[in-house]
Each structure stands twice: as C-alpha cells, then as structure tokens.
Write a protein that binds this ligand. Structure first.
Ligand code: M6R
Length: 585
C-alpha cells in the first residue's frame, strides 16, 4: 500500500515522478505529493485526490521523490499526504509501510522541541534525520534507521546531499538504472517506460543514489553490498491499457494467453515439488483474499486428483497454527504481488520452525519470491487492476499442475490444462461478454447477490463474492450450497440474484437442489454451468473441463463484476478503500 518513487538524472524530476506515480496509483490513491531539490532548496507540492487526475503543475529540479497514499495513520488530508518534512524544510521523506514505534519516537522528538504537522507515523522519520544532520545527511539517515521499528520502504532527500537515500525493510523498493539516470520505486512498471534494467534492494539495505553512482549497504552490519543488474522481460506495453477502457477488462481478456504461460512450467521443478509434498509431514497452502481462495481450492484439487490431504489456512491466521510446524512441514504461499504483509508474516512464522517455503507468485523478484526456497512464477505479466483476474486463473493452473504431478499424472494434467486454455480462448468472445452485460443490466440495482458452490467450486463461490463486492460495491456473499438451509436462506427474497456454480461432477445434483430451494423462495437463479437446467433463470455456459471447473467458472463472474461496476458508476480499477498490494497487517 502506498506507492513511492524517486528520480535523479537529466530530466525534469517532477514530470518523471508524476508519470511514475500514475503507474503506481493502484497501490494507493487517496492523496499524493512531490518534493524536488533545486538550488539547495526542497520544493514541495501535495494534495488530496487521485494522482491520475493531475495533469499540470511543476516543481523545479532534476532530483525528486513522490508518493501516492493509502491512508493508515491519519485521515485523508493535505497535511497527512507525503512527502513529510523536518522542522526546517531540510529533509523530505516518502514512506510505504508502518513505523510501529512512531508514538514513542514522536513523544521523544516532541520533548526535544520538534514540531509535528501531521498525524502520520511517517513524520517521525524526517525529524529523526534532522536530529543528526550535523553529521551529514548519510550519517543522519543511518542514525535514524537504527531507531525505526516496523516494515518500511523510504526515500529521503536533503539539500545536504546531491541525490537520494533509500532504505528497505519489509516493503518493496526497486531501482531502475540507465546511463546517468536512476529511478527508485515500489514497483517496476513505475519506470518501465525508461528502463528494464533493475537492481533489487533487499531487506535491511540502504542505497545512496547520486547521478553517476549507487552505493549499497547492509544497515545492520553497515558493510557495503555488491549488487547486480537484472534485465526484466516485462514490456512497457504490457503494463498499459491499450484499446481497453479499464485494466480489469484487459486483464480478463488476457486470460486467453496467460493461462498458457502459467502452464508452461518446468516439468522437473513441478515433479520435484510434488515429491516434496509427498514426503512432507504436513503441507499448508496460504494466501490472502483472492489468492487465499486459490489456496483453498488446492485442498480440493489435491484431494480429488491426488487423494492427498493438504491444508489451507488464510495467511492472516497462519501464525496461530505455529504449533503444527516442524522442519518437515512445507508451506506453499500464493501471492500475485509477492508483497502482501500477512503472507510475509506467515512465511516468517514458518521459517522460524525450519519450514520449507514454496511460492506461487507473479511479480518477479518480489519479497515473497525472494524469501522462498523455490518460486513458481505464473508469468501473467503486470496485473494493474486492484481486482485480481488473470493472476487468479494462472495461480489455479499451477495448483492443478502440482496436484496432477502428485498423482503421477503431470503430462495428463498439462494436456487437460492446454485444452482448457483453448476453450477459454473460444469463450472470451464479444458475444459472450454481451450476454453477461445483459445480465448485469438486469441485476445491477439489486442490493444483494449470493453465490453458491459445492466441493471444488465452494472456494470459487467465495472468490465470486470478493469480485462483485470490490468492483460493484454490491453486497455479495458466497456459501457452500449445503450451508444455505442452516441460515443464509433467510436472506432470499423475491428476485434476489443467486449465482449457482455448477460443474459436471459428483455434487452437481446437490447444487441444483440448493438452487431449487432458493428459487422456491423467490430467488433469481443464474446458472454458470456447461449445461442448461430448468431451474436457471439465466444461463451462462462454460466449457466442461471436469475437475478444473473453478478456472472456467470464475471467468464469467469476473466479467459480470466488471459490468456491474460499470453500470453502477464505480471506479473499476481503483475501488474505494482498497489497494493492489496490501503491505500492512
Ligand atoms: O498480491 P496478493 O495476491 O498477495 O494479494 C492478495 C489480496 O490482497 C488480493 O487477492 C485481493 O483480495 C484482490 N483485490 C482481490 O481481487
């Protein structure tokens, strides 16, 4: 949460940063700000609102930092927007993360006479740096960092130093490098238009950036660290909307290709991890939100395909299960961004017990990828819309590969997935979208939508609810079909839309019975299924792909959520109160 960026080079820093912040907007979008360095002075501009609405403005200078905020400490006000300054305007800081001991530091600094102008945790950082500015900017930042507790990525600048200093502990920070220029940002798309040569800052590292030099240090030992440049294959085009009105629909349509890319894993690695699962004394899948629902699907996929018991625990609850972890346990963490704080904490808990970590991640070089003993990259390309779509189905594809490999049937699984990918290709046509749009027109004014599924489609009923909630703000809830009559059926009124996820499997008749129960209480039944059924008031056909039905069943719901959001005038790619990567607990 929050996007931070910095630039040094021959260009106008303000414009470079404005452009970068727009690309980082998915990380936070309630307020924004800039600070540049020019003629030994810090120039600052900040405001509330979305950075995407900023099309003018200027600050002088070729060195600058910027921030797009998702509020944690303090409301959405201009005063709370970053960058934050020290008492005398000699230090400016942007920050992503949380300073856990900020109250204690703030009290101490206030006692020493520092004047605070915001309610943020961040503001303690420039004041801490100010405390030791007489030692020089670099030393002052080092001293400040020693006092900070929590997870953070910060970029600081000061007229005392012709450049920037960035420090990372738990929140992402990547450098984009080019001759005579350096970009620092929370995520690669921020500078992908300028360079795809990147250097990763690891946890507890600091980089001192000047126009022609980069010096990396470990902030615990203060030893210099050598880094290498990595060339990223993502193109700037992939990270743009192109002909589409929103990233979300672009990313939904990209599933024609992204599924194939996810399936294209190294067979040996898949077999190797399947063997580790077989040998492990307990395998846990974890993730948050949508990725959590994929992790939950793994429980069913392994049971059905490999007759193997694996466990799902939502990442924020994972630390409560530490008693069950040993050095023979395996943790498989799923995350699009690779930066989700709850997943990172789950991994840290597991590592303390010597657990082996496998991850299924989209963002190359992300924190979770770097914490893992082995990473499967889903290769979906940048996912910019807050609502996860193409990453979800790609993660599911990797889960199926592992489940099939665990059953000793990897090639069969691969073939089935490739067939599925071509069926998805056929499905994602304009006529299909039109039919879903018509459905959205019929139900967009409804206050509630319910989704039912059983067995392997139960996690997808939960995921369907997330999609509808975050994109259309309609109250949506997913249930296991069998649970309806134990309470939720009381919510059904005349015309209440209820989506039934029906696959051609052993629970088909039971879900249909549940749909009949809802219909007899006035519900409007939307069937997502390979075959029509008389209980359906509206049918969305999906290909029959057997045990892999979650992949095809979730796609029409993604399109439905998109059209519901459009009809209700919602901010499709940047829903209220949310951010793409949730880097706070
Ligand atoms: O980057 P991650 O996959 O770790 O993100 C996890 C969740 O925050 C994410 O899936 C969230 O639920 C999405 N907004 C859902 O569309």
């Amino acid at each position: 949460m929050c996007g931070i960026t910095g630039y040094i080079g021959p260009k106008d820093a303000f414009h470079v940063i404005l452009d970068s912040l727009k690309k980082l907007e998915y990380r936070g979008y309630d307020s924004y700000g800039f600070a540049t360095l020019h003629e030994k002075r810090i120039h600052i501009y900040k405001d509330v609102g979305k950075i995407s609405n900023v099309n003018s403005g200027y600050l002088p200078g070729n060195i600058g930092i910027g921030h797009s905020r998702w509020a944690t400490h303090g409301g959405v006000t201009k005063e709370n927007a970053h960058p934050h300054l020290d008492c005398h305007g000699r230090v400016a800081v942007v920050h992503n993360g949380i300073i856990e001991n900020y109250q204690e530091l703030r009290d101490e600094l206030t006692r020493k006479g520092h004047i605070f102008r915001s309610e943020t945790d961040t503001e303690v950082i420039p004041h801490l740096i100010e405390e030791n500015l007489n030692l020089g900017f670099v030393e002052a930042v080092k001293e400040a960092v020693k006092k900070l507790k929590g997870r953070y990525a910060i970029i600081a600048l000061s007229p005392e130093h012709h450049g920037m200093i960035a420090v990372r502990k738990g929140s992402p920070l990547i450098l984009g490098v080019k001759d005579g220029e350096c970009y620092v940002a929370s995520d690669i798309p921020a500078f992908l238009d300028h360079t795809n040569n990147v250097m990763y800052l690891d946890d507890n590292e600091m980089v001192i950036v000047t126009q022609n030099d980069l010096k990396f240090y470990n902030v615990i030992t203060w030893e210099e660290v050598k880094k290498r440049i990595v060339t990223i294959e993502w193109s700037a085009e992939q990270a743009k909307k192109g002909e589409y009105a929103h990233y979300m629909i672009k990313e939904i349509m990209e599933q024609k290709d992204t599924l194939r890319r996810a399936i294209n894993q190294d067979d040996n690695e898949i077999e190797k991890i399947a063997k580790s699962i077989a040998e492990a004394c307990g395998t846990f899948f974890t993730g948050c939100g949508t990725a959590g629902k994929v992790a939950f699907t793994a429980e069913y996929a392994f049971s059905k395909i490999a007759k193997k018991h694996v466990n799902y625990i939502v990442a924020s609850e994972f630390p409560n299960y530490h008693h069950f972890l040993t050095n023979e346990t395996l943790l498989i963490a799923i995350s699009q961004s690779g930066e989700t704080a709850d997943v990172i904490e789950a991994i840290e808990t597991a590592k303390e017990k010597g657990v082996k970590i496998i991850s299924i991640v989209n963002v190359v070089g992300s924190t979770i990828a770097r914490m893992s003993d082995h990473v499967f990259y889903i290769n979906a390309g940048p996912e910019k819309a807050v609502a996860s779509t193409k990453a979800t189905t790609a993660q599911l594809a990797v889960i199926y590969l592992l489940a099939y490999a665990s059953a000793g049937k990897l090639q069969e699984g691969k073939k089935n997935l490739m067939d599925l990918a071509s069926k998805v290709n056929d499905m994602l046509n304009p006529r299909y979208e039109e039919r879903i749009k018509k459905l959205a027109e019929m139900i967009h004014a409804q206050p509630n939508i319910y989704i039912i599924g059983r067995s392997i489609n139960y996690p997808m009923a939960l995921e369907s609810a997330i999609k509808i909630q975050e994109v259309s703000y309609i109250h949506a809830e997913g249930f296991a079909g069998g649970e309806l009559k134990h309470g939720p059926i009381a919510l059904i009124e005349k015309n209440t839309p209820c989506i039934a996820l029906v696959a051609n499997d052993e629970v088909k008749d039971d879900v249909i019975s549940n749909a009949i129960e809802v219909k007899s209480r006035g519900g409007f039944i939307i069937g997502i299924s390979p075959e029509n059924n008389e209980v359906f008031d509206y049918w969305l056909k999906v290909p029959d792909v057997g045990v892999m039905s979650p992949i095809v069943n979730i796609i029409p719901v993604q399109i439905l959520a998109y059209h519901l959001g459009l009809l209700r005038g919602c901010e499709i790619d940047t829903p209220r109160n949310l951010a793409k990567s949730v880097t706070v607990k």
